[in-house]
Design a binder for this molecule. Structure first.
Ligand code: PGA
Length: 247
């Protein structure tokens, strides 16, 4: 069985002070939980502070983005080595907001994953269709294209996939558990056909996950966890999601 994996994606939220406040009240709430892997992805500026506070815990630290070059004249960018030295073990790559606002293509996502993996970072790759694509019955076609492009020449070691339908992100409109499971099953089928180790890989659902919806989503066989935005920003709400993910 795959161990449930719950990740917080804070996006562009929380100062260092707000981050520390969150961690200090969140830690006691989850201190006895060992049945779920927990990851927090704060903004870059909070990474070091979180790393320090998480030192004696099993909670993992992730970044929300990384650049595909290792170093050099790339003003404003952050390299995998910098993330590792800030205490990260993971990085989220290809989030739909990066694709939409920062023109990230599958080719760029692929380059980022390669550099991150080469440096030893574990990767959460985000994929998912828009509302228009779903309504036109193109969900599987989009997932196939994103998997093919993003995972070109990449094996599944150190990889997690997050299925995040764009229409469900930040909209309060969670996919039904059946919709999530169907998409996850398609993704796993694709991986089984094209890569080794697909059975072990965890597929997270993302898009308006709440303490109320987590248990029902996790009851599906192909849902191995969640990538949580809005509901991960309050300690009690995120702790409830972690608890609700225990299968
Ligand atoms: P949401 O965001 O939970 O606020 O919908 C999820 C995500 O974008 O990862």
């Amino acid at each position: 069985m795959r161990k449930p994996f719950i990740s917080a994606n804070w996006k562009m939220n929380k100062t260092i002070e707000e981050t520390e406040e969150f961690i200090n009240s969140f830690l006691p709430m989850v201190k006895d939980i060992t049945a779920v892997d927990i990851l927090i992805a704060p903004p870059f500026t909070s990474l070091q502070a979180v790393a320090r506070l998480l030192k004696t815990t099993n909670i993992k630290l992730g970044a929300q983005n990384v650049f595909y070059e290792e170093k050099g004249a790339f003003t404003g960018e952050i390299s995998p080595a910098m993330l590792l030295s800030a205490g990260c073990s993971h990085v989220i790559i290809g989030h739909s907001e990066r694709r939409q606002y920062f023109m990230e293509t599958d080719e760029i996502v692929n380059k980022k994953i390669k550099t991150a993996r080469k440096n030893g970072l574990e990767v959460i790759l985000c994929i998912g269709e828009s509302l228009k694509e779903r309504e036109e019955n193109k969900t599987f076609e989009v997932l196939d294209r994103q998997l093919t492009g993003s995972l070109k020449d990449i094996d599944l070691n150190g990889m997690t996939i997050a299925y995040e339908p764009i229409w469900a992100i930040g909209t309060g409109k969670t996919a039904t558990k059946e919709q999530a499971n169907e998409a996850h099953a398609f993704i796993r089928g694709w991986l089984k056909k094209n890569r080794e180790g697909a059975e072990k890989l965890r597929i997270l659902y993302g898009g308006s996950v709440t303490p109320e919806s987590i248990e029902s989503l996790m009851s599906e066989s192909e849902v191995d966890g969640a990538l949580v935005g809005g509901a991960s920003m309050k300690p009690d709400s995120f702790a409830k999601i972690v608890t609700g993910a225990i299968k």
